[in-house]
Design a protein around this ligand. Structure first.
Ligand code: PMV
Length: 344
């Protein structure tokens, strides 16, 4: 597409602001069939949360500017983060047929890099704001495909409530996007337990590549995950929380088993993680429908009925007041905000 410089310059200056929420996978994304395009080996399913959003603004810079500026929580972002954002903005510029650089400001209300889904909310918000800033028209599936290019799991944070990210076929970008799952009757909450919210030592991207390359447990998990997906779609549709929880728990523990089977092993779980796992088993033995899921970090998310979320959270807080603990319900999809913060 030819670039109209005058139109480009007139676009510069005003910032587009977007907000997106983290999502937690019930059927995990673990392993890529194409690392550059973030095409996953398997399809995954998640719940978008109603807490801890990321808010991101993107302003197109004047035509003479020579680089992107990236601020994170009001300060210049670390180089690795800037490089990731610039790579993503290059994808958006390609879509837009534009060469304009951007000023990006992002504020995150979830601990970053601790396996609490900060990159999902971050890239969903960035994609939504950037598309608006460049004046692109996209359907939600196209936006989901674009967000995926920043971080795979971001494809799911475009949507409210529950979402399925279709893994897609072969090496094509077009077939891999998320869509909303209408599990309206499923009464589900999550209790987020941060036993250690410091940044993790090995990124999810690195850990998944290493697991795929070296773990003999990886492909059996992929096979099981396909069965888990088919079963959870039925359970979610039937609003069967216990079945959803059971499937999600075995899928997550299976994913961690693939990492333990890697050479050398990747172990995100800490002694405190195991304390939470035991705690949830105790809750279950007392008749509470509580199940765990975990991502690339030591922290645990407890799945339970919405009416039990405060009791479950209080039981965690009583156990350890030094852990970070927050309750969440199904939350909204990514949206552009007006200048005073309303969702458009
Ligand atoms: O989107 P990434 O590259 O941060 O990968 C996320 C992977 C897991 O959180 C472990 C699982 C998932 O499906 O979210």
């Amino acid at each position: 597409m030819a670039i109209d410089i005058e139109a480009e310059v007139s676009k510069s200056g005003s910032a587009s602001i977007a907000q997106a929420y983290p999502n937690i996978a019930l059927i995990k994304y673990w392993g890529k069939r194409d690392a550059a395009l973030h095409l996953p080996t398997t399809s995954s399913v998640s719940m978008t949360l109603d807490v801890c959003p990321t808010t991101t603004s993107v302003a197109l810079q004047a035509a003479g500017d020579t680089s992107d500026t990236v601020l994170f929580d009001g300060r210049p972002a670390p180089t690795a983060f800037v490089n990731r954002v610039v790579r993503f903005l290059d994808v958006v510029r390609d879509y837009a047929g534009s060469r304009l650089y951007c000023r990006v400001e992002s504020t995150n209300s979830i601990p970053t890099g601790a396996g609490l889904a900060s990159s999902a909310a971050g890239f969903a918000a960035l994609a939504t704001a950037a598309v608006d800033a460049f004046g692109l028209q996209m359907t939600s599936s196209e936006l989901s495909r674009l967000a995926r290019r920043g971080s795979g799991s971001a494809a799911r944070s475009i949507f409210a409530g529950f979402a399925i990210w279709h893994g897609g076929d072969g090496g094509t970008d077009r077939s891999s996007f998320a869509e909303e799952l209408l599990w309206r009757d499923l009464d589900m909450a999550m209790v987020l337990v941060g036993v250690n919210v410091g940044a993790k030592t090995i990124s999810s991207s690195e850990a998944m590549a290493h697991t795929v390359a070296t773990s003999s447990l990886y492909w059996p998990w992929v096979e099981q995950s396909r069965k888990d997906l088919a079963e959870i779609l039925v359970a979610g549709h039937n609003a069967d929380l216990d079945e959803v929880g059971r499937i999600a728990e075995r899928n997550a523990l299976g994913m961690h088993a693939t990492m333990l089977g890697a050479d050398p092993a990747v172990r995100y779980m800490s002694p405190d993680t195991l304390i939470v796992l035991d705690h949830v088993q105790e809750l279950r033995s007392r008749g509470v429908s509580a199940y765990v899921t975990m991502d690339a970090g030591p922290n645990v998310k407890i799945i339970c009925p919405s009416g039990d979320r405060e009791t479950v959270a209080d039981s965690i807080r009583e156990r350890r007041s030094d852990w970070w603990c927050e309750t969440a319900l199904p939350g909204p999809g990514a949206a552009v905000l007006d200048p005073i913060g309303g969702r458009l």
